[in-house]
Design a protein around this ligand. Sequence first.
Ligand SMILES: [Zn+2]
Ligand SMILES: [Zn+2]
Ligand SMILES: [Zn+2]
Length: 172
Amino acid sequence: METKSESSAAARHYHHCPQCKARLKRVYSKKRERWYWHCPPESGCDAWYADRDGEPVLRPVRRSEPVDGVQCPECGEAMVWVEGGRYGPFWSCSTRRETNCPGVRDCLDPERGAVAGNVSPNCPVDPDHGPMRRRDGVNGVFFGCRKYPDCDATINFEDMITDAEAADGAGV
Ligand SMILES: [Zn+2]
Ligand SMILES: [Zn+2]
Ligand SMILES: [Zn+2]
């Protein structure tokens, strides 16, 4: 039987938490102006997932505590290690939630990511293409493959960090 909150077409389409199997709720963050999926706290899980076209991205994202000695290339604050993002693990500025600092560092492993200057994701088409080049486009920051025009892979910055924000609980 349908309840009021389940009367929309989107809500009839159920999704379950891959970690605890509870039914996820789609919630809107006014702060982020974006949808997220939340595993109800009463399940003891409280996991958050990013939303992509009305569907949850069912990949758990985990953040470390801020790591001393790994500094944000934009603001100099400590960074956090984020796992589970769609483009692999990366470092993200620990102040991002409060300041919207765009500081990220790519890496396939924490040690490599800590190297100064390595501040972009690797090419998602072929990791051998190496760290992408950060660019400012008319629609905001994005990363383009260094092998362009042989490889036209790009990563939108907002896509890259959406998963990481889901791990923050989105500040809903
Ligand atoms: Zn769960
Ligand atoms: Zn920063
Ligand atoms: Zn490439």
